[in-house]
Design a protein around this ligand. Sequence first.
Ligand SMILES: [Zn+2]
Ligand SMILES: [Zn+2]
Length: 251
Amino acid sequence: MRVIVLGGSGTYPRPGEACNGFLIQESGADILLDFGTGCMANLLKTVDFTRLDAVVISHMHVDHYLDLYPLFYAMRFHLDKPWGLPLYAPRGALATMGKIMGEDSRAYLERVFTPYDLQVGESFRAGPLQVQCYPAFHPVEAFCLRLETVDGPARTLGYSGDTAPCPGLVEAARGVDLFLCEATMINSFAEHAHGHMTSAGAGQAAREAGAARLVLTHIWPTFDREQSRSEAAEAYDGPVDVALQDMILDI
Ligand SMILES: [Zn+2]
Ligand SMILES: [Zn+2]
């Protein structure tokens, strides 16, 4: 399994760097895992958007789904009509998107995307990956996700989405090869975390889950990412990195 970082900034972009979004490549399939502000421009550097196999959105905050709009319009007006892209997202995702669209475009949302509701405790197949949904702790319905290869030796990816520390986060990351965990706040800003993780909290969750490797994402744009990394490393014995745009993570 290959993870290409389309963006890793939390809440709003860094200069020249998009919000959370990851392209997962496995067995020839291309799957998006979140697709926040600025990700579309980076996706286009790597793959043909008409050949995506599935999109998985952890929750409907704009820093995780906003670039579904340019993806929608690119597909909506493509002459080949590459429609019916499976979209796994919280219930009502397309209705949420449609609120700021004109009637003519809104009518095409369910043709361009084929929506499936994420449900806690359920799993689904996205191309060659099995995806399990766990409850996150966040102001809107949100999911921690565990992605596992189906063919060949199992490779596992845990993804926090956005969440405060919670049991679902640790379960999603239990024994994974790679744990992609948000670390919005440096430790000294813990009181401002509001449904998010601190860097030490991400390290603690990785340790508790027994994850083999921790990669931090969704760090608030004004923080020094090396500080986040070192704070997480104090709470976790394994390797810790920060998800930087265009980074390739092979599992
Ligand atoms: Zn976010
Ligand atoms: Zn959020």
